[in-house]
Write a protein of this length. Structure first.
Length: 373
């Protein structure tokens, strides 16, 4: 076990790294952040900020020498950098799990190879694969870049072969996934923490609502059948076991109009849909990340209250700061801002959680706050 007063490292200085840093400090650890942005949200709070590229071996060596163990706050850090760091200190989650999650082809193939369901898809490496896909799949479809797609980026709806070929060219002809667009009844996610010995703590299933491809709200507990929730938890745990995972992981699911449960994406890190755990759970997902990184057993994932999490995007700032006093008038609301210097449309600047005795009441309060902001 790595105990308090040790230094923990995190690759990435965004809001997830910032909340990891806050959790680690509360537990008595020091934190070193490696991020190229000199003004990164996590770097501003960390005990040490190494402002360097993620492929900079000298910087990685410095981080590995300084830290008792290292984690990552986003999946697009080069897996080779994690391999390099692992020669100097424990890295959790490991490079192979991150390598799979950062490539949609590898990710969906891994899910399918473990007898778990995804939307029907075809891997695309060249134009001929798109033609093959249109002989196997039914439109409408989505063409998604295999790498670097998030928050609705790197994907396009295509209904004809010509549209798909044009989208492939517009993306620059990178490896892609051609996927049937399924009719959705709901989108949900499971957040879990898995320790070194395989002990796993799973949070209640969250119900997610997106606007423009970006997560807008998460409702917990999800308004779905208990049998579906149990199946989602089981599928997520099977994935974590298959990966030999250590850390916090999120699994996003589609629930089809016919009630089928399909795995959409894996996130090898804390997840936006788990931000409610900061206020509504006995152990936050960020404390879990610290615990798993340090070889400690996962904390209790007990839900203390129904909760609604609402994302705050840069669009809200417009020509002035939001009227936070209106949020603070609601005693059941908890505001979390990420310390980002510039608000831009679509940029995640913060979130708020609303806790209430029942979910409908929490939804009502959250909607009022949003309207007043």
């Amino acid at each position: 076990m790595i105990l308090p007063d040790a230094t923990l490292g995190v690759l990435g200085g965004g809001q997830l790294g910032r909340m990891f840093t806050l959790a680690a400090h509360a537990m008595g650890y020091r934190v070193a952040v490696l991020d190229p942005d000199p003004h990164s949200p996590a770097g501003m709070l960390a005990d040490q900020h190494i402002a360097a590229d993620y492929r900079d071996h000298a910087a990685l060596q410095m981080l590995g020498d300084e830290c008792a163990a290292v984690t990552t706050e986003f999946e697009n850090v080069p897996a080779e950098s994690l391999d390099f760091l692992a020669r100097h200190c424990p890295v959790r989650p490991g490079a192979e799990a991150v390598r799979i999650a950062q490539d949609r082809i590898a990710e969906k193939s891994f899910v399918r190879d473990h007898d778990l369901a995804t939307a029907p898809f075809v891997a695309v490496y060249e134009a001929g694969d798109i033609e093959q896909g249109f002989s196997e799949l039914e439109p409408p479809m989505l063409l998604k870049t295999a790498r670097l797609g998030y928050d609705g980026k790197g994907q396009m709806e295509v209904n004809t072969l010509d549209e798909a070929l044009a989208a492939f060219g517009q993306f620059g002809n990178p490896p892609c996934v051609l996927e049937e667009r399924v009719e959705l009844a709901a989108e949900v996610s499971v957040i879990l923490a898995r320790g070194l010995d395989g002990e796993t703590a799973v949070y209640p299933v969250g119900e997610n609502h997106h606007v423009g491809g970006i997560l807008d709200t998460t409702l917990v507990p999800a308004r779905i059948r208990q049998e579906t929730a149990d199946e989602a938890v089981d599928m997520a745990a099977r994935l974590a076991d298959g990966l030999g995972y250590c850390g916090v992981m999120a699994v996003e699911f589609f629930i089809t109009a016919q009630g089928a449960l399909l795995i959409n994406e894996i996130a090898p890190r804390p997840h936006n849909s788990g931000h409610y755990t900061l206020d509504a759970s006995l152990t936050s997902q960020f404390e879990q990340q610290v615990r798993c990184l340090c070889g400690l057993p996962p904390g209790d994932s007990l839900l203390l209250s129904p909760v609604v999490m609402v994302n705050l995007l840069g669009d809200l700032w417009a020509d002035r700061a939001p009227r936070w006093e209106r949020l603070f008038r609601q005693p059941q609301a908890k505001l979390h801002l990420y310390g980002k210097r510039h608000a831009r449309p679509g940029r995640k600047m913060g979130h708020f959680n609303v806790l209430a005795p029942d979910l409908d009441q929490a939804i009502g309060i959250a909607e009022r706050i949003r309207a007043e902001l």
